[in-house]
Design a protein around this ligand. Structure first.
Ligand code: SF4
Length: 404
């Protein structure tokens, strides 16, 4: 039987064969090496009790999107956006703290004019572009190849019918696949992501889906768990406790010989739950310039100025973020939003928080939420079975602070 290391080695060889050397080098250096040091520096800061700065900043550049997915937390039709000056400021500030990796989210980030120039300007960084890929043409893919420092993470929320239903537009699956193929043609290192819910569980939590994604040339497949948030939340579509356990079992079994890297941000090598916000590993900058605990908790007390030159100071002084990290960690190892939304409201109300969305109804939405099953399995935690994933998760956590 193939060893776990051999099977992961095979994925690496496939990706190396399909990717130009320059892009591989950028990935190895900007993403691999720099992230290793960044994580190390972050842990050292935390241990020594030095001034707080997260290991990673996730940046939502715009609220604008060309789809209208049900259950999305971003305001449909919202127009808020960060300025280029602010994005530049965020990146430069992060670099000063040794952080060179950024998740770029939206809305749909490809609707943000000037994004390519930002990628090209910060050649020493690495960006993960969270996109629905319906705008990812051959031309855009070639521009990303030219930049060399971007990995698109393409969301596929289901096959033909489910994609159209969930994303409330027609032919979304077909259009997304066109984007996937453009990435492959351009030799990009890219991944596919899905937010798993009741309605897509069967078709996406399957060996067929893993093989389909590998055949399309993706290097990694990222599983999220659906959070019923936003103006159009669907708690009935959230996973049950048994399904979450099923997803975890599926991941640890498939990791032993999957033809793609399987990523999650929920469990450490022992299968213990984790929350990137509570660990301080990452926080989120919203399109309104707010520093948020994480993208789905759309409240803040701290706002960037016009060139984000106050960012270090805001992190240093934010009572809100500090107390959220502590209070959430005390309340749960999992996701406070799923486990105990009413407690979350109380924690938010301890501070003079402002809502950061265009719709201005988020607090009411949180107040109306009921608990749903979360990823904390307590004593029933399932440790990783695959040796390389165990090692990677222990020494080199590769969710890199992306929201849960
Ligand atoms: S979504 Fe939940 S688990 Fe993820 S960072 Fe936010 S609070 Fe933590």
């Amino acid at each position: 039987m193939m060893s776990d290391w051999t099977s992961l080695g095979k994925v690496a060889c496939r990706v190396m064969r399909q990717t130009p050397a320059r892009l591989l080098w950028k990935f190895a250096w900007n993403f691999g090496w720099r992230n290793l040091w960044n994580m190390h520096a972050f842990e050292k800061r935390q241990k020594r009790g030095e001034e707080f700065y997260p290991a990673f900043n996730m940046i939502s550049v715009t609220e604008t999107c060309n789809l209208a997915c049900s259950g999305c937390w971003v305001t449909a039709g919202g127009k808020k956006r960060l300025s280029v000056k602010q994005i530049d400021g965020i990146i430069n500030d992060s670099k000063r703290h040794g952080s060179y990796f950024f998740g770029i989210l939206g809305g749909e980030p490809l609707m943000y004019d000037g994004l390519m120039d930002i990628f090209k300007k910060h050649k020493d960084c690495y960006f993960q572009l969270f996109t629905n890929a319906t705008m990812l043409t051959d031309e855009i893919a070639m521009q990303l190849r030219e930049a060399g420092n971007v990995t698109p993470l393409i969301s596929i929320e289901g096959l033909e019918d489910e994609s159209d239903r969930r994303r409330q537009r027609s032919e979304v699956y077909k259009r997304t696949l066109r984007g996937v193929r453009a990435c492959r043609k351009a030799g990009l290192i890219f991944g596919v992501a899905a937010s798993i819910c009741q309605s897509n569980y069967k078709e996406l939590v399957s060996r067929e889906h893993i093989e389909r994604v590998a055949k399309e040339g993706a290097a990694y497949l990222w599983y999220y768990i659906y959070r019923p948030v936003g103006a159009d939340a669907h708690p009935e579509n959230a996973l049950t406790k048994e399904q979450i356990r099923g997803l975890r079992e599926f991941l640890i079994e498939e990791r032993r010989d999957a033809p793609v890297v399987l990523v999650d941000v929920y469990w450490d090598e022992k299968g213990k739950a984790m929350c990137p916000g509570a660990t301080g590993m990452s926080h989120h900058v919203s399109p309104s310039g707010a520093l948020e605990f994480c993208p789905v908790i759309q409240m803040a007390t701290d706002f960037l100025n016009e060139d984000a030159s106050n960012m270090t100071e805001l992190y240093k002084k934010s009572d809100y973020l500090k107390s959220m990290r502590e209070d959430v960690a005390n309340a749960t190892r999992g996701c406070i939003l799923m486990d105990n939304p009413q407690l979350m409201v109380k924690l938010l109300e301890k501070h003079p928080v402002k809502e950061t969305t265009s719709r201005q109804t988020a607090m009411e939405e949180y107040k109306a939420m009921l608990s749903v099953a979360g990823h904390d399995m307590g004593e029933e935690a399932l440790p990783e079975k695959s040796a390389p994933y165990r090692w990677l998760k222990k020494n080199y956590f590769f969710g890199f602070g992306a929201y849960g």
